[in-house]
Write a protein that binds this ligand. Sequence first.
Ligand SMILES: [Zn+2]
Length: 177
Amino acid sequence: MSSIAQTSTPTSEQVFAGIAATLVVEAGKMPDPQATLAKIVEVLPVIVPEVLARAIGEREAEPGHYPWCAPGECISAVDDEGVTCVEHNARSYTTTISDNDGQRELRLIAQLGHDDVYSEAPTVNLYDEAGAGVFLGAPDLDQTIVQLDGLVSLLRVLRKQMDMPKAADDQAAGVTA
Ligand SMILES: [Zn+2]
């Protein structure tokens, strides 16, 4: 047995479960718990991006780096004229979409970065695992967010259509002319 004290860092699942439990307990203290929970569900997606971005923005950045740079992910290079160029990279986020047997996957990866040789301002690299991708500046990313919201709405419409029964064909229905 080791006498060294073990510090256990909770997993993100444990942190999430704790936050969710706290929200439910706090909502339960309100006069109308269900309405309070409904309000939380409605408001969270609106406020979360701003609150999270502010929290990341308040981190102390390494000299010459952004607050969102991921440790060890930025790449420095010296060009022919002896000027140091830095490619800044945030941590990447992967959304994995798999079909019901899990055999095929579509992996979409989003990563914020800035290579000052190629662009004036940071861009978001949105790409699939096969490598096709785009570098989106702020206006392009705004447009992409609208397009992806539209895609989600379309998927909801398609999902409703999946429940529609097929019309009986003429022969099966025994229709005669
Ligand atoms: Zn950096």
